[in-house]
Design a protein around this ligand. Structure first.
Ligand code: AP5
Ligand code: MG
Ligand code: ZN
Length: 217
């Protein structure tokens, strides 16, 4: 199954991808996570990505497309994958079509998690992530059992550098101008499904799984 999880910043792509990884045993490919790891390691890629991420704009297409091309060629993607946060521009979507064509694969489904703009800043600003295992929490909507500690591994929770109101405002306008056009793009391809992302996390997962149980690979 080749899945694409779309949606504005804070919509729940990462949260839902983690559930689908467990359910379908295929890897999550999050360009945001890949860039954050590169920034942490101080690699060349990290240096290219850091300023864009801090300001809430997009990392240049040629950089982003290059890392996805390499990642999708890896062995663990043979039986499918879940793209999270890629593509974000029409140029990236065209490049993805070409990469998949070269690999002899097709997108099974594009799942767009729809959440209205007014909810997204609260979701991002309240997000907390585990330093140990990467699990995602929210101070109000999905709090850990013990304050600032991960339920899974006891790790310390932190806040992403771009999860503040100012950067989030830029991320939302970047989404509107560069990424929203992909909704029509994938409607035309005929693989598009919209999911109501305002529901509780478990209900969104249920809806995604329902859609996926009826699609043909
Ligand atoms: P990236 O890391 O992809 O950030 P994003 O797209 O802005 O999305 P988020 O990760 O913020 O949100 P999410 O949808 O994963 O939500 P989550 O599940 O965590 O990208 C970061 C940056 O990297 C970009 O700004 C850009 O600079 C660069 N980049 C990445 N990809 C790129 C590309 N392709 N091209 C160019 N540049 C790129 O949930 C959010 C919060 O809400 C959590 O706290 C969660 O607990 C909570 N929550 C989740 N679901 C629900 C629910 N149903 N109800 C209530 N709360 C919920
Ligand atoms: Mg994410
Ligand atoms: Zn953890």
């Amino acid at each position: 199954m080749q899945l694409l999880l779309m949606g504005p910043p804070g919509a729940g792509k990462g949260t839902q991808a983690a559930e689908l990884v467990k359910k379908f045993s295929i890897p999550q490919i999050s360009t945001g996570d890949m860039f954050r790891a590169a920034v942490k390691e101080g690699t060349e890629l990290g240096k290219k990505a850091e300023a864009c991420m801090k300001s809430g704009t997009l990392v240049p297409d040629e950089v982003t497309i290059g890392i996805v091309r390499e990642r999708l060629a890896k062995d663990d993607c043979k039986n499918g994958f879940i793209l999270d946060g890629f593509p974000r521009t029409v140029e990236q979507a065209d490049a993805l079509a070409k990469i998949l064509d070269e690999l002899g694969k097709k997108l099974t489904r594009v799942l767009n998690i729809h959440v209205p703009a007014e909810d997204l800043i609260e979701r991002a600003v309240g997000r907390r992530i585990c330093k140990g295992c990467g699990a995602t929490y929210h101070v109000k909507f999905n709090p850990p059992k013990k304050n600032s500690t991960c339920d899974n591994c006891g790790g310390e929770l932190y806040q992403r550098a771009d999860d503040n109101e100012q950067t989030m405002t830029t991320r939302l306008s970047t989404y509107e101008s560069s990424t929203r056009p992909l909704i029509d793009y994938y409607k035309k391809v005929g693989v598009y499904t919209e999911i109501d992302g305002r529901q509780p996390i478990a209900k969104v997962t249920e809806d995604l799984v329902k859609v996926l149980s009826s699609v043909k690979d």
